[in-house]
Design a protein around this ligand. Structure first.
Ligand SMILES: *[C@@H]1O[C@H](CO)[C@@H](O)[C@H](O)[C@H]1NC(C)=O
Ligand SMILES: *[C@@H]1O[C@H](CO)[C@@H](O)[C@H](O)[C@H]1NC(C)=O
Ligand SMILES: *[C@@H]1O[C@H](CO)[C@@H](O)[C@H](O)[C@H]1NC(C)=O
Ligand SMILES: *[C@@H]1O[C@H](CO)[C@@H](O)[C@H](O)[C@H]1NC(C)=O
Ligand SMILES: *[C@@H]1O[C@H](CO)[C@@H](O)[C@H](O)[C@H]1NC(C)=O
Length: 942
């Protein structure tokens, strides 16, 4: 019957319009002229850079225009499909913009308007839209509207679908108007700022027919518990409240929304336990409560959610308890993510029943223990299995993989799981990524890897392999995009191999032979700390089929020999070059100056000689220069002291001469200056207090390109061996927190500039073994972070400044062999050092020296005894830092989400901080024990 009406009507229309030339076929509609002109006016006011409304031409029937739909009976325009059709690179180009003309109002029967994905430049949503009473569907998603949402939209009483989402900058102060939209089924206000509308819930919960509610990123924080005792929108199937500021328990009414299919509460501060009532939402397919502050166990009633496909619980660091066995009832579960929670105990065997499971993410739950259940081997749909950074132990064997033919990603990093498979095992899977960093893959080289032809990421660093790489290894390894095998004891000869990986890290192993050849694709080659030998020049001058993309070359700590050939122009992309600790010799070739992107150059501990060539001045981004322990000579070129990108200058133990020019004070980012053990003369520049990185101390989240290179999920990190407190130690992660000046063992003269005491961030200062005269700067006590001070073997004189007793971090002091006089200031600090620290100053007296002061040397310090009593509290403060750190660690964890690389960087930073805190604590504990000993010794005496 419905179809027959037009057939009856069309002959009639044809008859009427017989004078106009219109093809008379039943599919032809004639659009209303008035509406056509209205549409043309509408188009005119728009900007259309991609010309995507090109079909809108005067000469054509508007019902045939793309994006326009007419009623097939009346010929009136009923639908406008103006959403951006592209989701590719063309997207920006095809965004409509300009003005929305009120000409639209002439489309009396318009029921559908979709203008999503366009760009209205932050202008407000036109309020006249509220007069288009026929609208049932209005989609303005992601169209860059701004300002207040007009309340006139409340007049659209036929509206079923309203989408104002993802317009950055829209806000609503009073949502009362929405109550008129009695038929609303779909409402999206993602990103609309509703912060000031505390009654939003009463407004949106009115609609018994509402099916989808999207309120993500609306800055909502009102207490949902108090505002609603029950929920009226019982037809709701989709509820998204993610990315708001809710800071409460899940309100009870939510568990009564028994039709819910999808629920997201992620990225809020929801707290409390998740109630057993959760089990009432038995149609749920998607549940996301990740990145919140829930605590306690997850309800066992989760097993009742028999339709559940996605379960996201990650980054709730306080969620604990064991993983419930009832998870095994979730037959349709495809995705389970509990990263960064505090679950403990074993992985339930019942997980093997979840036969739909494709992704199982359990990593970063340090208390999950026990063995990997054999039943995992039944999960024939499993594609990703990530159980790293847990306390899982035991072996992984063939059984665990029986049916896992679809497995592509396996991560067991940071566990004690050890692989025990038959050497002839052929796995049922083809992995793309294997991450077994810090696990137990060894001691034999895993031969089954040979069967894996799709690997693009392989990491078994620190996994206890002590073996010779098999013959096939070279060929196998060369096609894996990222390969990380560092810190094992793998031996083998790669001379015949041509590597084609993007990132190669074979550092700290036993590889030997000549250096391998590279394809141009290689970006990072780190083979430091192996036994590669032979001349370096064949490698440097190798012919390559294309422009090399190598950015990081670290071949330090090997047995390479010969001179650096003049072939550096073959490696135009290099940013980090590390050739230290080999047997290299000769001069720095001029071609090194072609490395215009060079950020870090380390040539230490070789036998290089000659000048620093002037061509290096072209390396305008140089941040780290380490030439220590060579035979370089001549004057340190002026440009080095003017290169403001420099962070670390390490020229120790060479034969450099000349003066330290005042230009060095322009290096405001300098954190390490080590010119020790050269033949520098002249005085120490007074302006050192201009080096702001040393006056301010470490900044928490600073990133130095010269010290770290970021490759998505991977980092290359520079390291530096620093000679501190008479010990050489390698600094890597905490290098960027070091602040040090070492000018010792030169011929420097003059006095120690007073300005040096403005370097409040300085931790290590060594000016020993020079010809310095005069006094220690009076205010040295303000250098609160100073841990080590060595002024020995100079001609310094006068009294030791009283302020030195404020240097509470100082744990290494050497003032020996000078001409100091008077009494050593009394403090817990100075008396705790060995008398040798003050030795060779005949005029010095007082503890810890045995020489007592005579009356006129006495400079009485009445507070000394008091301070002595206070020290345990100071120490407890530092010990307290440890627990404070742990609380802080989990506190910030909760805020991390979304971008993996960002999160990685953040955790990396935290690990750095942990190292640093650890170092600080270790130092302080040592100091504390020392003090305690002396304190008790002192007590016994009195
Ligand atoms: C006219 O439109 C209605 C609904 O839009 C549709 O069901 C019907 O098949 C259409 N008729 C013709 C002849 O296209
Ligand atoms: C929210 O309101 C309920 C009921 O009034 C109250 O018990 C609860 O403490 C409130 N929560 C917050 C975080 O204010
Ligand atoms: C919500 O539902 C309850 C119970 O059905 C009813 O008493 C109440 O009037 C409804 N509220 C509104 C605002 O419609
Ligand atoms: C797992 O850890 C718990 C403590 O959280 C301990 O009681 C239990 O013995 C451990 N189980 C295994 C198998 O190590
Ligand atoms: C090297 O790897 C790249 C992809 O990273 C590939 O396109 C290229 O064909 C490879 N070259 C050889 C010789 O295998």
């Amino acid at each position: 019957m419905r179809n027959s009406r037009p057939i009856i009507l069309f002959p009639f229309l044809c008859f009427l319009s017989s004078t106009i030339s219109i093809l008379c076929d039943p599919n032809t509609l004639v659009c209303n002229e008035k509406e056509k002109h209205a549409l043309l006016r509408f188009k005119k006011a728009l900007s259309d850079p991609g010309n995507w409304l090109s079909s809108w031409s005067v000469n054509q029937d508007c019902c045939r225009w793309q994006t326009v739909r007419c009623n097939n009976v009346t010929g009136r325009v009923v639908e406008l499909h103006l959403s951006n059709p592209y989701d590719t690179d063309d997207y920006e180009f095809y965004r409509l913009g300009g003005e929305i003309s009120p000409a639209l109002l002439e489309l009396e029967f318009l029921s559908y308007l979709n203008s999503s994905g366009n760009d209205f430049g932050g202008s407000p949503i036109p309020s006249f839209l509220g007069s288009m009473g026929s609208l049932r569907y209005l989609d303005l998603n992601y169209a860059r509207f701004g300002g207040l949402v007009p309340r006139q939209l409340g007049n659209l009483s036929s509206l079923r679908h309203l989408d104002l989402g993802r317009n950055n900058g829209l806000s609503i102060e009073n949502l009362g108007w929405i109550s008129h939209l009695a038929f609303l089924k779909y409402l999206s206000m993602d990103w609309v700022n509703l912060h000031r509308e505390v009654h939003w819930l009463e407004s949106v919960s009115l609609f018994p027919s509402l099916s989808e509610l999207h309120l993500s990123g609306c800055e909502l924080d009102s207490n949902m518990t108090s505002s609603l005792g029950y929920a009226n929108f019982t037809s709701l199937t989709f509820l998204d409240l993610s990315d708001n500021n809710f800071n409460q328990e899940i309100p009870n009414w939510l568990f009564k929304l028994s039709s819910l299919v999808s629920l997201s509460l992620s990225v809020n501060q929801f707290k409390g336990q998740i109630s057993e009532s959760l089990g009432q939402l038995k149609y749920l397919k998607y549940l996301d409560v990740s990145v919140n502050s829930f605590h306690g166990p997850i309800p066992t009633s989760i097993g009742n959610l028999s339709s559940l496909r996605y379960l996201l619980l990650y980054e709730n660091p306080l969620i604990s308890g064991t993983l419930p066995t009832s998870l095994g009832q979730l037959k349709y579960l495809e995705y389970l993510n509990v990263f960064f929670n505090s679950f403990h105990g074993p992985i339930p065997t019942s997980i093997g029943n979840v036969s739909s499971l494709r992704y199982l993410f359990l990593s970063h739950n340090p208390l999950i223990n026990g063995t990997l259940p054999m039943s995992l081997g039944l999960l024939s749909n499993l594609e990703k299995l990530e159980v790293g950074w847990t306390s899982l132990t035991g072996t992984i064997s063939e059984v665990h993989f029986t049916a896992l033919s679809k497995l592509k990603v396996l991560s067991i990093s940071g566990t004690s799981l050890s692989f025990h498979v038959n050497s002839s095992w052929t796995p049922p899977f083809q992995l793309e990524s294997l991450d077994a960093d810090s696990s137990k893959m060894g001691p034999k080289f895993p031969t089954w890897l040979q069967t894996q032809k799709s690997l693009f990421y392989l990491d078994f660093s620190r996994s206890g392999i002590v073996d010779t790489a098999p013959n096939w290894f070279g060929k196998f390894a060369s096609y894996i995009q990222q390969i990380h095998l560092s810190n094992n004891q793998i031996s083998g000869d790669l001379s015949q191999v041509v590597l084609n990986n993007t990132i190669i890290d074979l550092s700290s192993n036993c590889f030997s032979g000549r250096l391998p050849c590279l394809y141009p694709n290689v970006v990072v080659l780190n083979i430091a700390n192996n036994s590669f030998s032979g001349q370096i020049s064949p490698f440097m001058c190798q012919k390559m089929n294309g422009r090399s993309e190598l950015e990081v070359l670290d071949i330090s700590i090997n047995a390479l020999s010969g001179e650096l050939s003049d072939c550096w122009m073959h490696w135009p992309s290099l940013t980090h070059v590390s050739l230290g600790s080999n047997n290299l010799s000769g001069k720095i070739p001029n071609s090194m100056g072609s490395l215009v992107g060079l950020e870090a150059l380390s040539l230490q501990n070789n036998s290089f000689y000659g000048d620093i060539p002037s061509s290096l001045e072209n390396c305008e981004s140089l941040g780290l220069i380490n030439l220590s322990d060579n035979k370089f000579s001549g004057i340190i070129p002026r440009w080095i002291f003017e290169r403001t990108t420099l962070i670390i200058i390490h020229l120790r133990s060479n034969k450099f001469m000349g003066k330290i020019p005042p230009q060095i004070c322009q290096l405001s980012s300098l954190i390490v200056l080590d010119l020790a053990d050269n033949s520098l003369s002249g005085s120490i520049p007074k302006c050192l207090n201009n080096i702001s990185a040393m006056t301010a101390g470490p900044i928490r989240d600073i990133w130095y390109n010269a010290l770290e290179a970021d490759y998505g999920d991977e980092f290359y990190m520079e390291s530096l061996v620093l000679d501190i407190k008479g010990r050489k130690s390698k600094y890597e992660k905490i290098l960027k927190y070091v602040r040090m000046i070492d000018l010792s063992s030169n011929n420097l003269s003059g006095s120690i500039p007073n300005e040096i005491s403005s370097l409040f961030g300085l931790q290590f200062l060594n000016l020993s073994r020079n010809h310095l005269m005069g006094r220690i700067p009076e205010k040295i006590g303000v250098m609160a972070l100073l841990e080590s001070l060595d002024l020995s073997r100079n001609h310094l004189s006068g009294e030791i400044p009283q302020s030195m007793s404020n240097l509470t971090f100082l744990d290494d002091l050497d003032l020996s062999f000078n001409n100091f006089s008077g009494r050593i200031p009394s403090s817990t600090q100075l008396q705790s050092f060995d008398p040798l620290s003050f030795f060779g100053n005949p005029e010095l007296c007082g503890a810890p020296l045995t020489k007592n002061c005579t009356k006129d040397e006495e400079t009485l310090n009445p507070t000394a005894v008091e301070e002595n009593r206070e020290f345990p509290e100071i120490s407890w403060f530092y010990i307290g830092m440890g627990s404070g750190f742990i609380v802080g660690f989990w506190g910030v964890c909760g805020a991390l989400f979304f971008k993996r690389a960002w999160r990685h960087a953040y955790f990396q930073f935290l690990y750095d901080m942990r190292d640093r805190a650890y170092v600080a604590i270790a130092i302080k504990l040592k100091w504390f024990h020392q003090k305690l000993r002396r304190y008790h010794a002192g007590k016994e005496k009195t």
